[in-house]
Ligand binder design. Structure first.
Ligand code: SIN
Length: 275
């Protein structure tokens, strides 16, 4: 399908757009992909509705963005190990991603983008919230920006994280290592600065400071970053597909559908060292 037929509709003031006019089961030409990628750079998270795709077709779409990242602890699907299933069953209480975060900050080169495809959704609830980390940075005072410039955070993988019991997770034997990232990250394509941190289980402290010194600063930034005016909310339907840019977006899976099953197929794209 040619790029001229794409329709890009913002879904909120801060970030997020729905793209219409594309069947992701079809091969994608470079011109159309570039238009989608530009929409991702402009809106930070983009969504498609009513897609009927196999894991192989989702993978083919994802590969336009780069090499695929394999989650270090969560195994993929048989046949398409690049795709892993996020599943919360009727009797699960916890969900993966139920706190504000950006994906895989516990690695030295966190994933650039995440693609989620809705296979099964509850009759209501199970939305995902997204927050614009550029706006969060840009709306800080000059005094705060100056104070944060040059600070780095310490990040780790939280072994005791509560997640849906239905999720398969490989045994983690090694000690969780600590990884540092800049608290203010410069986006490698747009050049814009964004706040870069996750919830306390991942972003544990500011490098060179104690927990007690770090927490008031990080706590304030977490609260500031997720102000309603910096967010959008996406209501998944079966066949919806979303792609977000982890360099400038935080997200949270809303866990408000106990008693129902939700199944999503996730692919992540390799990232680069942060700066
Ligand atoms: C995630 O954090 O990747 C999960 C998001 C979701 O399931 O809505």
């Amino acid at each position: 399908m040619g790029s001229n037929s794409l329709e890009i509709n913002p879904i909120a003031g801060a970030l997020g757009a729905e793209i219409h006019g594309l069947d992701l089961a079809d091969p994608l030409d470079d011109v159309t992909f570039q238009q989608i990628h530009q929409a991702l750079l402009d809106y930070s998270v983009v969504f498609f509705r009513d897609q009927k795709i196999t894991p192989e077709q989702q993978l083919a779409f994802a590969k336009h963005w780069g090499d695929i990242h394999f989650h270090p602890h969560i195994p993929g699907l048989e046949g398409t190990p690049e795709v892993f299933e996020i599943v919360k069953k009727e009797d699960d209480i916890h969900t993966l991603g139920g706190e504000w975060h950006t994906d895989q900050m516990f690695t030295p080169t966190p994933v650039r983008a995440t693609m989620l495809y809705a296979k099964q959704v509850p009759p209501q609830g199970g939305d995902t919230l997204f927050a614009n980390a550029y706006l969060a940075y840009e709306t800080l005072s000059d005094g705060m920006k100056n104070m944060l410039a040059g600070l780095r955070t310490v990040n780790t993988y939280n072994m005791k994280k509560k997640r849906a019991a239905a999720m398969k997770v490989n045994d983690i034997n090694e000690e969780a290592s600590e990884v540092e990232h800049p608290l203010i990250r410069t986006h490698s394509e747009t050049g814009r600065k964004a706040l870069y941190l996750s919830y306390k289980g991942i972003t544990t402290r500011i490098a060179g400071m104690t927990d007690a010194e770090s927490e008031p600063i990080l706590g304030y930034l977490r609260q500031h970053m997720t102000r309603p005016e910096f967010t959008c909310r996406f209501q998944w339907q079966e066949g919806s597909l979303g792609v977000w840019d982890n360099r400038c977006v935080q997200h949270l899976a809303v866990n408000d559908y106990n008693g129902y099953r939700r199944v999503m197929h996730r692919i992540t794209i390799n990232g680069e060292a942060t700066s």
